[in-house]
Design a protein around this ligand. Sequence first.
Ligand code: ATP
Ligand code: MG
Length: 426
Amino acid sequence: MKLQKPKGTQDILPQDAAKWQYVEEFARKTFRKYHYGEIRTPIFEHYEVISRSVGDTTDIVTKEMYDFYDKGDRHITLRPEGTAPVVRSYVENKLFAPEVQKPVKVYYMGSMFRYERPQAGRLREFHQIGAECFGSSNPATDVEMIAMAAQFFKEIGIRNVSLQLNSLGNPDSRAAYRQALIDYLTPLKDSLSADSQRRLAENPLRVLDSKEKEDKAAVAGAPSILDYLDEDSRVYFEAVRAMLESLDIPYVINTNMVRGLDYYNHTIFEFTTDVAGSELTICAGGRYDGLVAYFGGPETPGVGFGMGLERLLLVLDKQGVELPVETGLDVYVAVLGAGANSSALELVQALRAQGFAAERDYLDRKLKAQFKSADSFGAKTLITLGESEVESGQVTVKNNQNRSEVTVSLDQIQSNFQSVFEALGF
Ligand code: ATP
Ligand code: MG
């Protein structure tokens, strides 16, 4: 019997979870400024929701899905990404209806599942924070989406983030480029990796973002998609670039960045950063104007991104960014003797009822050990409660940082600890 977590998964213990919460809350606050509301979709979906939209020939669908048949013989998959489920939900809940304000702006955060080879920043259960915007084909929306991610990275304290930008154009441009790329790569076929030889037949654009050395060499001289954009697509991309420049958001054009999912068109982007000498993508997204119609809704433009929470935390850690997580206690009650046990419980409950974070000893330990606990919990104040205090109704409340103290009645603590807390300088 294997009593260990499955390969590629993680337990997030409380100290780390505090960091996760901080990052999640930071994202919520940022997204609120851009008028995004949260959407929560199921962790599993019908297999076709993912396979048909992400693309039958993508790595995600061919190799990485956690799919199974449930007891009712339905083909189900754990979600490998957030956009397809959100689009499915958008259509199913008729958010395209005229009475729903446009654009519709939603964000999500949660687990995603991909059967991958686990390594640093690559897990089988990982977490994404993502955002999607439906109903605007204004290039300002693409730029706002990018700006929202950029503001988040900047304000949370990540440095050296690079924005890679490209355009896939509209479907006509993409088709023209696809043919040009096939013409270029076919004579080089034998030099490509086995995966890319297959991609060349099924999904040639994917050869461009292969991570294999031989493929990187082969695509170095490939034609640029930007030379195949038609007039409309070119104008659209120009507008995106001009607005990024007007907001002073630096970017680099990367024509080999095509993204691993099939549904993108026009603007695509990635935020990357260097971790220990290798480039790590922490956020990726783009425009997907055909996806809502693909799911049976009316023609509706869309744009979005997803960022990897584990990778974000990895980068924050590598860059030495200290997250100001609040874990400290307001009060620690040291308990001396069995006769004070019940009063100690009443005391911490009264403090908690007044909104304070309070903890006590439960293990009848020596006072010295209890004081150590108070220190290690970062308790701001310390109350020692023994049988004599219970009898007299008077306790000493210490400032555990500077050792100043006040003696007050238990009644006062029970009715108004705030005044005591303030008297001690908090
Ligand atoms: P990669 O090229 O690194 O495999 P991807 O193109 O498959 O990434 P997306 O599908 O665009 O990734 O997902 C968006 C973001 O989610 C990525 O930029 C990354 O930060 C994160 N991510 C993707 N797959 C994983 C994973 N297996 N483990 C942890 N984070 C991941
Ligand atoms: Mg991948």
